[in-house]
Design a protein around this ligand. Sequence first.
Ligand SMILES: [Zn+2]
Ligand SMILES: [Zn+2]
Length: 395
Amino acid sequence: MPMRISVFICLIFNQKMDTENTFEFEENLSDTNQQELVCSACGGHLKFDPATNKLKCDACGAEFDIEASDEEVNELDFNKYVEENLGSIETQTLHTVECENCGAHVTFDENVVSDRCPFCGTILVVTNTVAATQIKPGSLLPFGLDKQQSFDKFKAWIKALWFAPNDLSKRMTDIKELQGIYVPYWTYDTDTNTSYYGQRGTYYYTTETYTVNVNGKTETRTRQVRHTRWTPVSGSVHIFFDDVLVMASKSLSQKHANELEPWDLEHLVPYDEKYLSGFRTETYQVDLKDGFETAKKQIDNKIYRAIRNDIGGDEQRVTSKNTSYSAITFKHILLPVYISAYRYNDKVYQILVNARTGEVQGDRPYSVWKIIFFSIFSISAAWLAAYLMGFFEDM
Ligand SMILES: [Zn+2]
Ligand SMILES: [Zn+2]
């Protein structure tokens, strides 16, 4: 069954790839790509080492520099690519294992026959391999923290958890390491012009008289009442958006992935397979077009705020708006994340570490009993404090 595992990690880069050749990957394997990951001292396998930013030999520890690329990180024309349907895009074919539980497609480690899905902990069967021809990433952020550093951050996070069940920490000690994964993202740039119709609300006050009954007598009093005067307005706002980030993975919790931001996108380096060695890579599950629809939602929120700002006054109503997008460009990038997926009472909990900043985000179980006891304790303490204060005031 363990077929030729080396096949799973092969990457083929091709411009205008001929579909007939897509699956003849063994013949197409570029020798240089493979040779560059072989240690010239001992023939061992080279992996990217985040601590030194170099390739390091698994076997003898020899280190090799990664030549800095003089390529620029290019923005690509979105409409051209959508119209041509990948026609002239630089693509690559990645061989991945599909997780039947969460749908993730991840590359597989060499020489591994069976392993767990890094996203949900399900046991993966290596025979479920899929070859996907996709847009080749243009750039990536290399892993900045190594496994041990990220594991230390992870342990510190666990330790600081409030109200975690006691056996959770015991369960956590079962987690020996985190898995490093390059998660696929899209970033979009676009110029937007939005015309809108709405209303500006301006406050004004009137004096009202009213009567009250005081000890059987009717008294007349006055008060200030606030009103809003609405006037119709229209206008347009013009905003340029740079690097709107959209995750192209469906296996990661969107909420926690958002919490890993910000990413230091100014340090993106041109895509080089060498940075991938020793880590897994997920292929994108959200395509270029759908990704832009998600980007539009982020863009829309900002435009809405800009319109309200443009309308001014005390309150604003936006009755209609129409946005045109121009000069849309995109980048396909990979961002480095360490993941631990653990099961606790049959639920999957994901913990993510931003492998650039060390920021930890994730799901955690709560102990209902600890919360109940703490609540009872807090209420009692509040009563006691109130009682003591009353006691001292009486003295
Ligand atoms: Zn070596
Ligand atoms: Zn999975």
